[in-house]
Design a protein around this ligand. Sequence first.
Ligand SMILES: [Zn+2]
Length: 229
Amino acid sequence: MKSNSMKQEKMPSDTSENNLPLPSSGHNCCCDDDECCSAALPAEPLTGNLSGAVYSMLEGIGEDPQREGLLKTPERVARSLRFLTRGYSENPEELLKNAVFTESYDEMVVVRDIDLFSMCEHHLLPFFGKAHVAYIPDGKIVGLSKLARVVEVFARRLQVQERLTQQIRDAIQTVLNPKGVGVVIEAKHLCMVMRGVEKLNSITTTSAMSGQFITSQSTRSEFLRLIRP
Ligand SMILES: [Zn+2]
């Protein structure tokens, strides 16, 4: 009862029309403020392993890790990486379970345009875009913010977009057992944009559906219509 599809689209060159979030310089960053990223991390101390590995990486690319500008970089990158992969320490199903309510509402619930920042496991480069999540309740609903949180927890791990899309669907299906779940993700991959592939404006779209989103063409069409830009 599960299907999954993927297509690559070449978008018009005017990227401002894509409505994709740009990496913001807000709190989710690896900025020069040493307090910044550490504030959002669990309190346990960093192991030296990660920053040591970054030190070796700097040497590996022919840099001098001892020069002034790079002195704090290994520690900063280690913190940044821990922040960007903090989804490993959270359980998305538990998170959903804590916000389930009994309710007779049985129409489609859609949360669209959930900002998404993840990291491709093949190149350790970011991919970012939007997730759209829908489900049709069967006696139980979940707090809407939790749908966005589930997207975030899975996104803050090393990912491929295809698996990320399915994991979000499966977590919602498992916990809520709704009549169906639909997930669509549209994202730009910096590994495509920056590594010489130079598909500057390509957007990758993935979808994962279950239940009525597969069996009912009208349900599927309604969902896709509701998330159209
Ligand atoms: Zn990649």
